[in-house]
Every structure is written in C-alpha cells, then in structure tokens.
Design a protein around this ligand. Sequence first.
Ligand SMILES: [Zn+2]
Length: 103
Amino acid sequence: MSKITHEKILKICEKWQRELKVNVRRVQIREMKNKWGSYSSNGIFTLNKELLRFPIRCVEYVVLHELLHRIIPNHGRTFETLLYAYMPEWEKLHKCLENNGRK
Ligand SMILES: [Zn+2]
C-alpha cells in the first residue's frame, strides 16, 4: 500500500471541497487528542496526524465526514444518506478507524 503523505491529504481535501462545494480557508495536519478532524469557525480544517498511518481510503472518509458537517451539522438520517451516496463503504472505514485508534 502506498504511503500516505501530507501532500496526498491536502489533495484529498481539495477534491472533496470541490465535490461538496464547500470551502475551507486552510487545512492543517497536527496532533489531536480525541478527534480525527475538526472544523473551526475561523475556517481552519484540522486533521489528526495519526491519520498518516491509515489507508488512504480511511483518510478520505474522515475528510468527507468532516466536510459534510459543513452542510449537515448532525449525524441524522440525511447525513447518513449522503455518506452512502458519496462513499458506499463508509461503515467499514469508520470501523477500521475505531478499531485502530489509540484509545
Ligand atoms: Zn461527525
């Protein structure tokens, strides 16, 4: 499996911003305590550095999930429907992240 890099993560963020028509001002990758990603009101999208050791598809899922929250803030039905539409295998990726998390 090809090694994931910061650059690849930034590319993924660009791709999903285009796809979902949402914009973030800046993407940063750094250590985070208990989240895979977050979006702050000043437009900064932060991704957990730990994601660098996961398969690229898992990173895509986190990016998609977090960017979708720009459109739908909760985890309700619409949110799930959109996840299935954009990434039908998202549940598997979600589990992969859960099972391999540090906590
Ligand atoms: Zn969420």
